[in-house]
Design a protein around this ligand. Structure first.
Ligand code: HEC
Length: 146
């Protein structure tokens, strides 16, 4: 799987060089930008689980690098379906959450894992498919937005 992905990435880069058209160049630029997160996966894809597992396998290095593990999980775990960093969507903006619970990573992690209701409005958040480590990484990243 990993080898295949590397091959695909290499092919994309080669295509960009050979074709030299703007489409290929854009793909290459995108591939370069998302490199820190490994790869792009659509929820439900086989590779989506690999993305979530990768930072943990790296021994938490990503978390040390400014909370980027939490940021990657925010997309990988589909939080973005209901949240954005700056604006209310279905749920509150992550920056508002960070401000409300400044310093209380445990509360945030518990809400992420178990769901939440009545804190922001009439719509409840269902429990999310995260383990304790992932919930903690997400909470750490959210608080880093303060
Ligand atoms: C189906 C939509 C939905 C998804 C998916 C979702 N949330 Fe939420 N989230 C909400 C809503 C709605 C609220 C407000 C709940 C309330 O009023 O207590 C909320 C609240 C929160 C809160 C504040 C909880 C509190 O104690 O006040 C945090 C933190 C949060 N979400 C993080 C996340 C993270 C991280 C993910 C991804 C793992 C996620 N959410 C996925 C809808 C969602």
């Amino acid at each position: 799987m990993t080898i295949l992905k590397k091959y695909l990435a290499a092919s994309a880069a080669m295509l960009a060089l050979v074709a030299g058209n703007s489409f290929a160049a854009t793909d290459e630029a995108i591939a370069e930008r998302i490199k820190p997160y490994g790869t792009v996966c659509v929820a439900g894809d086989e590779c989506a689980n690999e993305v979530a597992a990768a930072p943990a396998a790296a021994g938490g290095d990503a978390a040390a690098g400014g909370g980027s593990e939490g940021e990657a999980l925010f997309s990988a775990k589909a939080c973005v379906a209901c949240h954005s960093v700056d604006n209310k969507v279905v749920g509150p903006a992550m920056k508002e959450v960070a401000a409300k619970y400044a310093g209380d990573a445990d509360h945030i992690a518990a809400s992420i894992k178990n769901g939440s209701s009545g804190n922001w409005g009439p719509i409840p958040m269902p429990p999310n498919a995260v383990n304790d480590e992932e919930a903690a990484a997400l909470a750490e990243w959210i608080l880093s937005l303060n």
